[in-house]
Design a protein around this ligand. Sequence first.
Ligand code: ATP
Ligand code: MG
Length: 385
Amino acid sequence: MKQVIIIRYSEIHLKGDNRSFFENLLAQNIKRVLTGFMYTLNKISGRYIITDYITADEPQLLMQLQLVFGIHSLSPGFQVKTKVDDIKAIVSKLNISGETFKVVTRRADKSFAIGSMEFSAELGGVVLRNNKDVKVDVNNPAVIINVDIREDGFTYISTVTTPGANGMPSGSSGKGLLLLSGGIDSPVAGYCMAKRGMSLNALHFYSFPYTSKQALEKVKTLAKRLSEFSGEINLYTVPFTFVQEQINKNCNKDYMIIVMRRIMMRIAEKLAAKNGCGAIISGESLGQVASQTLESITVTNALVRSMPIFRPLIGSDKQEIMDTARKIGTYDTSILPYEDCCTVFLPKNPVTRPNLDRVEKEESKLNIAELVDICVSKAEHEIIN
Ligand code: ATP
Ligand code: MG
């Protein structure tokens, strides 16, 4: 008998021939979050099994594994040779932390002679004999005892199942460049795409001296938290003050934000292409602010031709985004009160329905190509993990 953690995985079941590609990525991601712990990782059909760990580490191992996309659920439990008496011996010693229970047997190993229902009933009898205060309740049990008879000759027994992060293993859906501000939305947008298997690079624009060192540190803290889910993040930070000053000096104030956002997109597209990213990711949500109306998004979208811009939050309410931010542990950092470069030189009446011709007219007052090249050349790179 061995103490184990049973890892059940989700959608990667569906991937046919690509299955081993997804399974290998999942294993890599499991190893990444368990760096520094002692354990053995084994693959059996449809499951990963962790053994040979220090018992006291179990709660932490479970917590780390909950970060891994592609895991459907996790159970601490026991592995025992598939022999009726050995299974019964384990079940007789289980600690039933509730007044009612039921046994659910799954028989992936069809050579096991006893049917699932019959075996569940037998094991239920074992539990009743050894726990005087518990009753069977097949409809709404407080505790479900899972008895998973697998094809590797072992049976896995567990009474607790914790949901995993679901989604797809990091690295299975290419790489995206996340426009990362210090706000609430963009880390959540990064999380959503990482959940679908994207690796992340991130790009942050800052405006010293109008924005502070702390604002930049806050972005690094957010990237660090995201990297716990997504794996290592290449963070690019770009000084943006001189671009904003140029816009402020030369362009109509009301067009300031839209012109600025279009320059950000041009820089993002170049940096993305240079670093093997196949998409730009933004935290925009329809109608949230002037730069996120349909017309504004149309005008910002129009110039990025070589890759999609993913906006996973486009249809989400702020409250929903905040709930996710809390769940993933970015909210408290995001609400620290440091300025973002988007709030520098903010016009009183930004256009909410910009028209492309008019925006291009404002842009013609600048040497955009040069501004973009300068920013790309000044981008500083840091690996966050
Ligand atoms: P957030 O909460 O993520 O800051 P927001 O609601 O404040 O979003 P905006 O400031 O209009 O919205 O920004 C929209 C999106 O543009 C952000 O979600 C982010 O993807 C990107 N963005 C904004 N500011 C920056 C920045 N300084 N550097 C990189 N990307 C940025
Ligand atoms: Mg912002």
